[in-house]
Design a protein around this ligand. Structure first.
Ligand code: KIV
Length: 271
């Protein structure tokens, strides 16, 4: 038994549970996690979803972008997180260039699930064929639209996406296509709150926002941003939950409660 294992038997949440939360208008709380210690704490507080994000390339490894992150890194960190999890649903990112073809994507997604213990994989962009192929193999997929950090060299910076009418229409159409291809969740990053609200209303799958306003079905933040760890400038859409908290557990709990009660994000954290 590892040091995080407990005799309490909590059943891990499934994608069906998350879909049911959307149905009953219960907000879904999500945080990134990269190791067993934080995984145990986040899980204990009751956060619904842990995302092993390739943001680890920036906050753990100290790179300027997420591009250097490898599938090996992702499998390692996903295993660390899943070793300490009891209840939270675990999503792991497919890093840059690990889903360049459907077969490569399936091979890498299998590693995240079989070795890492992920329940779902996330990939960036409207990669419809890839999503369909993975879902056909029984691999649950989370889409990611809006600001795509793996395409930072094409986007030219970390900017709000979907501001112009044509871009907003394309985002909405891409979201529908991802859902039709079988995606079970969608992350929307840095998009105007009104657009994110419309997408969340139109889709039947849960939409998790980051910098996308309060009307998404759930929220995710990068753990290190909301705990104010590190020297990377916190993005405007995040909040330092350590303010007013006695310790890390209280800060994570304050975030979880704020998401559940739709008190975060406010207009100050939205576009
Ligand atoms: O890698 C990550 O942490 C993410 C979130 C920003 C959604 O993809």
């Amino acid at each position: 038994m590892n040091q995080y294992a407990s005799t309490a038997t909590l059943k891990p949440l499934s994608i069906i549970d998350l879909a049911a939360m959307k149905q009953r208008c219960e907000k879904i709380s999500c945080l990134t996690a990269y190791d067993a210690g934080f995984s145990a704490l986040i899980d204990k507080v009751g956060v619904d979803v842990m995302l092993v994000g390739d943001s680890l390339g920036m906050v753990i490894q100290g790179h300027d972008t997420t591009l250097p992150v490898t599938i090996r890194d992702m499998v390692y960190h996903t295993r660390c997180v899943s070793n300490a999890r009891q209840r939270a649903f675990i999503i792991a990112d497919l890093p840059f260039m690990t889903y360049s073809t459907t077969v490569i994507a399936a091979k890498n997604a299998a590693k995240l699930m079989q070795i890492g213990g992920a329940q779902m994989v996330k990939l960036e962009g409207p990669r419809i064929e890839c999503v369909r192929f993975l879902v056909d193999q029984g691999i649950p997929v989370c889409g990611h639209l809006g600001l795509l950090p793996q395409s930072i060299n094409q986007l030219g910076g970390y900017k709000v996406q979907g501001k112009e009418k044509a871009a907003a229409e394309k985002l909405l159409a891409d979201a529908h296509e991802l859902q039709q291809a079988g995606a079970g969740l969608l992350v929307l990053e840095c998009v105007p709150a009104a657009l994110a609200k419309e997408i969340s209303l139109q889709l039947t799958i849960p939409v998790i926002g980051i910098g996308a306003g309060v009307d998404c079905d759930g929220q995710v933040l990068v753990l290190y941003d909301m705990l104010n760890i590190g020297t990377i400038k916190r993005p405007r859409f995040s909040r330092n939950f350590m303010t007013g908290a006695a310790n890390i557990e209280e800060a994570i709990s304050a975030y979880h409660q704020a998401v559940k009660q739709a008190l975060f994000p406010t207009a100050e954290h939205s576009f």
